[in-house]
Design a protein. Structure first.
Length: 397
């Protein structure tokens, strides 16, 4: 990797030098548009080399290896597309009839799924976020394929319907990616013993929204909007609650998470109520509807600020840490209950060195029954990690 980084660094510095020299000459002598093209190509080369250096740095770290692979692949695709559009695009368009929209659409497609892909490959190997990463990578791949089909299908087709196809393909891919990300957030902490079964309301809402928008995109029906607004709100509120609850807060600050969740639920509930009132209520309640919309906005502001505060507290304020590393005990000093001889014996099956009394010695570290936190040397009667009441250490002889 070091040799590749050195090579890319030379390329980046050389490209910057070419861009500087040719760009200055282009301003001084203004001879056609090729000096400007060369300057742009050299600058794009320098940027791509810098991005690849960053990708190699990520690949050197085992936990970020696949994030580096995604960054490198996206950089190469965007760089090749930029070089084509800056350089020989006009010549190839006139000679072979190639269309710029295929390349532009490919670049936009890769750029649109780049951040979701980076997030997916980063979190898929973490137990708490495994399903979030899997869903994120799945919907990103589907959206990418749909967008590429739209871009290349539009570029290679002729006739008046090609833009109709492109618009619908981009809308379909976009709603799948957007609602898929919302469903992925609802899958946070999706573990075998998870009791947050209400997460399926958000997943169902995201699925219904995506299906309704795609259907209306390809076969417009002009139906009411309140079902889509309702399902979207349910999905967003569920994802919001899961993101808030994913923050690990000390016990003393958990009220902030509860208040934030309440604000988010209030925002969504009041918004849906105002939409339903607008759809089915009498016109005389218009002022009530306007007040509900303002109340929903106020709750949304509180929820957004609360979300930021929750994660800031989770990152800055850590619960107290005690000497909680497991103690690997191999032997124990005790007094024989029969002959009262003090002696040191190994754990497990043993016997008294004087009276030969058989002894079974077992020592177990105290753990929190709820979260598994090691309670060795922890004062108080509550787990410092989750606040669950604790019991005395288990020591069996």
């Amino acid at each position: 990797m070091r040799a590749w980084r050195a090579l890319l660094l030379r390329i980046m510095l050389s490209a910057l030098g070419v861009a500087a020299v040719v760009g200055a000459m282009a301003f001084l002598f203004a001879a056609g548009d090729w000096p400007g093209r060369i300057t742009a190509m050299a600058f794009a080369t320098a940027v791509a080399a810098g991005m690849l250096i960053g990708a190699l740095a990520l690949m050197d770290r085992p936990k970020l290896f696949w994030a580096g692979v995604v960054l490198g692949a996206a950089t190469l695709i965007e760089y090749l597309g930029a070089m084509y559009l800056i350089g020989p695009a006009d010549f190839l368009r006139q000679t072979y009839g190639l269309r710029d929209w295929a390349i532009e659409g490919t670049m936009l497609s890769v750029g649109g799924v780049f951040i979701p892909f980076m997030i997916g490959v980063q979190v898929i190997f973490q137990t708490r976020f495994r399903w979030t990463g899997l869903v994120t990578l799945s919907v990103s791949t589907i959206a990418l394929l749909i967008w590429l089909a739209g871009a290349w299908g539009t570029a290679l087709s002729f006739g008046s319907n090609r833009w109709w196809w492109d618009e619908r393909m981009w809308t379909s891919g976009g709603i799948i990616l957007g609602m898929g990300m919302v469903a992925a957030l609802a899958m946070i902490d999706f573990l075998p013993d998870s009791r947050r079964h209400w997460r399926w309301l958000g997943i169902l809402g995201a699925t219904m929204t995506a299906a309704a928008v795609i259907w209306d995109t390809w076969k417009p029906t002009g139906g009411p909007e309140w079902p889509v607004i309702t399902s979207t709100t349910v999905a967003l509120v569920t994802a919001f609650v899961m993101v808030v609850l994913a923050a690990k807060l000390p016990v003393a600050q958990r009220w902030l998470a509860h208040a934030t969740v309440a604000a988010g639920i209030a925002c969504g509930s009041v918004l849906v109520a105002s939409v339903l009132l607008h759809e089915f209520g009498p016109q005389s309640l218009s002022e009530t509807r306007e007040f509900m919309e303002r109340a929903s906005g106020a709750a949304g502001i509180l929820a957004g600020c609360g979300l930021l505060a929750v994660w800031i507290v989770a990152r800055v304020v850590k619960p107290p840490r005690y000497e909680t590393e497991p103690v690997f005990i191999k032997e124990i000093t005790l007094v024989c209950p029969r002959c009262q001889k003090k002696q040191t014996l190994p754990l497990g099956e043993s016997q008294c060195g004087q009276c030969l009394l058989h002894l079974a010695v077992k020592v177990a570290e105290p753990h929190c029954e709820k979260c598994g936190y090691i309670l060795y040397n922890v004062p108080g009667s509550a787990c410092p990690e989750c606040g669950h009441p604790t019991s005395a250490a288990v020591v069996t002889v």
